[in-house]
Design a protein around this ligand. Structure first.
Ligand SMILES: Cc1ncc(C[n+]2csc(CCOP(=O)(O)OP(=O)(O)O)c2C)c(N)n1
Ligand SMILES: [Mg+2]
Length: 616
């Protein structure tokens, strides 16, 4: 006879989440390892009460992490999920209204990067008994709308639990999408505040331990035969390794396949580290932020084997990079596999690589050796950038690369992702964590916190620009609260170096890209701002060290590594040599303008655009 337990909807939800596991290759992980949140009306009396009641503080089945900003807490969940190869993540609970809409950016970031996060925004009364409540958006056309509907287009699964009876199906639907490699992303369960507190007799099966098998779909035999034929016809193949290689745990299979068949391996931002930087087939970063080695090969390749990549415009150099190639795409998601009119293998990356390994075929030996020569030349160039005597950004990365061996580097926006993509030397796949699907300023510290929670045994180095830091530094307080140690390298160049350079190149005169007071001519080109970011970091509870040259930077980083406390190493960089773009990026320029700079930029733009292809 089935038994029941009487609990509130929120209590049932918390008890259910603590019992969810993933399994892949026989290894199990907690699917929801904890719950980040900020309480207010809409979640304090429901989920807040349920979390308080569940257990004994830090040993709670679903530990609670108090965050400082709802967007940031979703970044933390994303960092956690990515470092866990999507097998484990965090839930995020918010109050209604601004708490919920603050999560929209984090949700978009998760969905774009194909990373699982579970969002639990509070919602209006299902009974509407007291409408309009504080923070309610009223829509005169329909009472069935709340701000949580903003989360629909950025979620891969979205549901509103208007009655207790709806909870079990909503939960199962949510877990299915979180654990499906092809569908995963942000998952939202909007929870009306009155329903959260409502009691119901739940069947006890709801709280049984449940293991979600994370699938490794195998390639269809006919598709495999077509792929094999393409391989056998190729003399100059190039692999483009994306994040899917890492999430599938296919890095060893990729390295073996590349060696056996003599195929150079280029990497996207999400795929960087899939093969060690000094692997004989590694040619490094590809695309607009690519190495000369990879981008040269991309232009000459006759076959591009995309594995676990979504082919963003940075990867394809806005569809100007691959000039002679056909595409063979291996992807667990049919949507991505089909891009660029490719021959498709809709499959798990590891399974597909194992199957393709049996094809009796090799790239032209001249092509393989040329790739190795180009890669060696790029390594020599990296040494030159790393070896400067002044604190330019590449020199900062060089010193950090030396100190950070075995650690994880975290970054997201500004000029650093490009420099990191081209120059960073990663020896294992977990060492490189640059969020470049959404490239969201403010991800760095919050995301780094999630990385460290997921991989406490690793040193986590957060690289953050002054612009990103000013947008979202407050999670330093959360790291201090949790005793979670981060090494944060704060790179101050007085504004938006990246967008400043882009602005100049499109004839926009660097408007609004330097941090300066309003000057005599009415433009933002006056005095340097008297903002002290090092003091700001100290005020949030971090230890702060300052570096003025490569030697003091090395010493400060060593001290930060030795310390058990979250430490910010503050660095003011100087402009200096940095690797330039080897391939284009399409940013449209004004077609008419009174500015000579804009007219010149448009001429360049029109010329570059001629190389753009539809990839049919
Ligand atoms: C949330 C968000 N807003 C705007 C942008 C556009 N953007 C990209 S980089 C950048 C400037 C970043 O400045 P900083 O962190 O100081 O890095 P720097 O460019 O100086 O290296 C801006 C405004 C963005 N990526 N994310
Ligand atoms: Mg800056």
């Amino acid at each position: 006879m089935s038994t029941t337990t009487r609990l509130t909807v929120a209590q049932a939800l918390v008890r259910f989440l603590a019992q969810q596991w993933t399994e892949r290759d026989g290894v199990e992980h907690r699917l929801i390892a904890g719950c980040a949140g900020i309480f207010g009306h809409g979640n304090v009396a429901g989920i807040g009460q349920a979390l308080a009641e569940q257990g004994a503080g830090t040993h709670d089945p679903l530990p609670y992490y108090l965050a400082r900003n709802e967007q940031a807490m979703v970044h933390t969940a994303v960092g956690y999920a990515r470092q866990s190869d999507r097998l484990s993540t965090l839930a995020c609970t918010s109050s209604i209204g601004p708490g919920a809409t603050n999560m929209v950016t984090g949700a978009a970031l998760a969905t774009i990067n194909r990373l699982p996060v579970l969002l639990l925004p509070g919602d209006l009364f299902a009974t509407r008994v007291a409408s309009p409540v504080l923070q309610e958006l009223e829509d005169p056309r329909s009472y069935d709308v709340s701000v949580n509907d903003c989360l629909r287009p950025v979620s891969r699964f979205w549901d509103r639990v208007n009655r207790p009876e709806q909870l079990p199906a909503a939960l199962l639907g949510a877990m299915r999408v979180l654990t499906d490699p092809a569908e995963t992303g942000a998952v939202t369960l909007a929870l009306p505040q009155d329903v959260q507190a409502e009691a119901y007799d739940w069947p006890d099966e709801l709280f049984a331990r449940r293991v979600w098998h994370v699938a490794r779909p195998v390639p269809e035999p006919a598709a495999l035969a077509r792929a094999a034929e393409l391989l056998r016809g190729s003399r100059r193949p190039l692999i483009v390794a994306g994040g899917g290689v890492k999430y599938s745990g296919a890095c060893a299979e990729l390295a073996r396949f590349a060696e056996r068949h003599g195929v150079p391996v280029a990497e996207t931002q999400a795929g960087k580290g899939a093969v060690p930087y000094d692997h004989p087939c590694a040619v490094g970063a590809i695309g607009h932020t690519g190495t000369r080695a990879a981008d040269t090969l991309a232009r000459e390749a006759d076959l591009v084997i995309g594995i676990g990549t979504r082919y963003s415009d940075f990867t394809t150099a806005s569809r100007t990079l691959f000039r002679q190639a056909r595409f063979l795409n291996v992807n667990v998601t049919a949507f991505d596999a089909a891009k660029h009119a490719a021959e498709t293998l809709v499959a798990d990356a590891r399974e597909a690589l194992k199957a393709l390994d049996d094809v009796d075929w090799r790239a032209d030996p001249g092509w393989t050796s040329r790739a190795a020569e180009l890669a060696a030349a790029w390594q020599a160039e990296t040494d030159r950038f790393y070896g400067g005597t002044e604190l330019t950004q590449p020199v900062v990365l060089g010193v950090l690369n030396e100190v950070a061996a075995g650690g994880v580097v975290v970054n997201a926006a500004g000029s650093m992702p490009g420099d990191l993509h081209r120059l960073w030397r990663a020896s294992d796949p977990g060492q490189y964590h640059v969020e470049y699907g959404y490239s969201c300023m403010g991800y760095e510290i919050a995301g780094g916190l999630g990385v460290k929670l997921a991989a406490p045994e690793r040193e986590v180095f957060v690289l953050v620009g002054d612009g990103s830091y000013l947008m979202m530094a407050q999670e330093i307080a959360t790291a201090v609260q949790e005793g979670v140690k981060l090494v944060i390298v704060l790179v101050d160049n007085q504004g938006f170096a990246s967008i400043g350079a882009l602005s100049e190149s499109v004839g926009a005169l660097r408007l609004g890209t330097a941090y300066r007071t309003r000057g005599p001519d009415g433009r933002l080109d006056g005095e340097r701002l008297p903002v002290d970011l090092a003091a700001n970091a100290a005020s949030l509870g971090a230890d702060v060290l300052t570096a003025a040259d490569p030697q003091t930077l090395r010493a400060a980083l060593a001290k930060a590594v030795a310390s058990p406390r979250t430490t910010v190493v503050y660095v003011e960089t100087v402009p200096g040599p940095a690797p330039g773009a080897e391939a284009w990026w399409d940013v449209p320029v004004a077609e008419v303008s009174g500015l000579a700079e804009a007219r010149a930029a448009r001429e360049h733009y029109d010329e570059a655009k001629r190389d753009q292809r539809p990839y049919l």
